[in-house]
Design a protein around this ligand. Structure first.
Ligand code: GDP
Ligand code: IMO
Ligand code: MG
Length: 447
């Protein structure tokens, strides 16, 4: 019995600790390149994610395919907690094939994962249209994520396993009718026009969706919880790939400016069907500064517009899913401490340390509501009227591509020591620092 126990594998988790786009894809790709993990699993979210992988001249952005696709020996899992956009999935499989990676034999999809319908993105747009009039637009990715998870909660969603059943056509028709009625309600009550152009787009979306579902049927759909538990019992380790980030968590982010799933490592167990006893290291990913896309207050936002634009340009801060420009802010230590507390991150990756555009940079150390300094993270970020900051020397762009700690500029070194010091009461280590977009662009810091 004890022999068996010793052989058991474990699950490490990677999550974003800011508002997404911290460079999780790059770090996951690198972590998977050493043979320590036999598989990588998405456990929540859907094609709202955009995880960029770069290796030399090759770039791949995964929206739904886990970030182990460029590692030929790594199994790729899509867990029950994911809402699957079939069109994105098939498109990515084909894109990867063109890049020389045929992933079909190592991709496993949970039969309990949920299917994004062809009308979910339209419902997403319709609700954003309604909210826009109220001034409460979320700025979603329009990928149908909110409506898909709503259907899950309402218990009318289509499961991936359903596509193999003879009753699928009927189930799908019933749901489509419901969604169509819902869209009529948006038209009637909120003037979301179902004009010829929109109807044309819906028709086209349905055709693409049908085709993608036909392809999806040919993939490996299985009881993924069983498969992962089997791998763990064989002594194999798995990496769980978080999408979005802690500050976008449905329960602990800045509601309602959040995504529709729980992004925290706690959700790995529910999103894959594994007990918490397998969880080991939690890797938290941040940028040396902060970015955010979509609505809601952003307390750490850089106030000087020209400087924000300079960060945007130098860091190429445009959404990997929607192409929208990302707002840029200083590193927000107040939010980071909140995110570390919630996620239990014990190892930190800091990316984009090669991007620094001023002689002096600021760091947000606290939030204020008028004159009151907040002790706890506020219920709504609109409560934050100003922030407290500290200023430290910047380091220009001298560290691009640096791969050794000893070659790092004095100023960047000072910044990293400053962050380490600010987090010294927490159980975290800054283990690696990113100096460029490539898998190889990083140096180890605090091993
Ligand atoms: P993810 O969603 O967390 O995987 O991050 P994204 O892929 O959406 O956005 C991160 C962007 O930063 C991508 O364009 C990456 O290629 C790029 N990137 C990641 N790490 C670094 C880094 O250390 N330096 C620079 N300059 N770019 C990076
Ligand atoms: P990755 O995994 C950054 C944001 C959207 C919007 C809010 C809700 O690449 O880090 P949704 O479409 O999920 O209903 O949108 O969440 N958002 C992200 N922002 N990175 C992401 O993913 C995001 N996924 C969703 O911009 O503000
Ligand atoms: Mg992204």
């Amino acid at each position: 019995m004890s022999k068996l126990k010793n052989k058991q594998g474990f699950i490490d988790v990677v999550v974003g600790l800011q508002w997404g786009d911290e460079g999780k894809g790059k770090n996951i790709d690198e972590l998977l390149s050493h043979g320590k993990y036999s598989g990588v699993a998405r456990f929540q979210g859907g094609a709202n994610a955009g995880h960029t992988l770069k290796l030399g001249d090759m770039t791949f952005i995964g929206h739904i395919i886990p970030s182990g696709c460029l590692q030929k020996d790594v199994e790729l899992y899509i867990g029950n907690g994911v809402v699957v956009d079939a069109v994105s999935l098939i498109k990515e499989i084909n894109e990867l094939k063109n890049l020389g990676f045929d992933i079909k034999k190592r991709l496993y999809i949970s039969n309990r994962a949920k299917l994004v319908s062809h009308l979910h993105p339209f419902l997403d747009q319709a609700d954003e249209y309604r909210r826009n009039k109220l001034g409460t637009k979320i700025g979603t990715t329009s990928r149908g994520i909110g409506p898909a998870y709503s259907d899950v909660r309402f218990r009318r969603a289509l499961l991936i396993g359903d596509i193999l059943s003879p009753e699928f056509a009927q189930k799908e028709a019933t749901l489509t009718e419901f969604h169509t009625n819902f869209l009529s309600m948006y038209e009637e009550k909120y003037a979301f026009e179902m004009n010829a152009e929109r109807l044309g787009k819906i028709k086209e979306a349905k055709e693409k969706w049908d085709e993608a579902v036909r392809e999806l049927k040919k993939l490996q759909i299985c009881d993924l919880s069983f498969l992962i538990q089997k791998r763990l019992s064989e002594g194999k380790n798995i990496l769980a790939e978080g999408a979005q980030a802690v500050m976008l968590d449905m329960d602990f982010g800045d509601y309602p400016n959040v995504t529709s799933s729980n992004t925290l490592p706690a959700n790995v167990c529910l999103g894959l069907g594994v007990p918490h006893t397998y969880l080991r290291d939690i890797y938290g990913v941040i940028k040396a500064y902060t970015t955010k896309v979509g609505g809601g207050n952003f307390p750490a936002r850089i106030q000087d517009q020209a400087l924000e634009k300079a960060f945007q340009d130098a860091g190429y801060e445009f959404g990997a899913t929607t192409g929208r420009p990302r707002m840029c802010g200083w590193l927000d230590l107040f939010a980071l401490r909140y995110a570390i507390g919630l996620s239990g991150a014990n190892k930190i990756f800091i990316n984009k340390a090669d991007i620094c555009l001023s002689d002096k940079i600021k760091v947000v150390t606290g939030y204020k509501n008028n004159k009151k300094v907040l002790k706890e993270f506020p219920l709504y970020l609109t409560e934050v009227t100003s922030v407290t900051t500290e200023e430290i020397p910047g380091w220009g762009q001298a560290n691009y591509g640096v791969r050794e700690k000893k070659k790092v500029s004095k100023e960047l070194s000072g910044y990293l020591k400053y962050i380490k010091n600010k987090l010294s009461d927490l159980n975290v280590k800054i283990i690696s620092v990113g100096t460029g977009p490539d898998r190889e662009h990083f140096f180890n810091w605090d091993k």
